[in-house]
Design a protein. Structure first.
Length: 233
């Protein structure tokens, strides 16, 4: 399964959610933000090299603690040389090798986000309980719908008891929405590139990420069932 983690607005915690979901789902995570990557920088070939045809996606994956990461380069020249149309070509080999691929998408509504959503089997929206954050996430939901990529879950991140907002947002997008309350454990773990489960296993944030992972797993089973039904005579 290929899952795009997106949300439109920057600073909502997409990379934190991506890293933690990769841990919970035993998936490989691709730092697909070509210009402002936010996951660990590797020592070997990176996504810029892969998209420029200089390396294979599987060879560019590195183990960072307990998570497999395909890192992104940090140079503007590398970002400019990257061929966005090759996103679809790189996720296939990763999906066959790892079974689950998470794309940590960039902010905004540009062609790079569209390419990644189009390449994904499903999407997870990440947002914060602000007017700008929610509006941006709804626009991303519209883009996903236009590309026929189902949104299977959403994360209302950095919340402070925002269950009312979460319920309204869930109704608006038609997908399960999990609230992750603002908590120092998540930020501290991210600063050391660790999932919260590894850095603070007793943190309440771990349970929240477990819940998101469960909604994704349920959706994955449903999507596979639909494909089988379509192929059946």
């Amino acid at each position: 399964m290929i899952l795009a983690v997106c949300g439109g607005k920057g600073g909502v915690g997409k990379s934190t959610v991506s890293l933690n979901l990769a841990r919970e789902l035993d998936a490989v995570v691709v730092d697909a933000d070509l210009t402002t990557p936010d996951l660990p920088w590797g020592r070997g070939p990176d996504l810029h090299d892969v998209l420029a045809g200089r390396a294979s996606p599987v060879d560019a994956v590195e183990r960072v603690g307990t998570v497999d990461v395909l890192p992104c380069g940090r140079t503007l020249a590398g970002a400019r040389a990257a061929d966005l149309e090759r996103i679809a070509d790189i996720v296939g080999p990763l999906d066959r090798r790892y079974g689950r691929v998470l794309l940590d998408c960039p902010a905004g509504m540009g062609a790079d986000v569209g390419s990644q959503l189009f390449s994904a089997d499903a999407a997870v929206l990440v947002t914060v309980p602000t007017r700008a954050g929610l509006s941006s996430a709804l626009r991303t939901r519209q883009l996903a719908r236009a590309l026929e990529t189902p949104v299977v879950s959403a994360v209302l991140n950095k919340s402070a008891g925002g269950e009312v907002i979460a319920n309204r947002f869930e109704r608006a997008i038609g997908a399960p929405t999990v609230t992750i309350e603002r908590h120092g454990d998540a930020a501290r773990a991210q600063r050391t590139w660790q999932p919260v489960r590894d850095a603070y296993p007793d943190s309440p944030v771990v349970e929240a990420f477990e819940t998101v992972a469960e909604t994704i797993t349920d959706a994955e089973r449903e999507l596979k069932s639909r494909r089988v039904s379509v192929r059946s005579p």
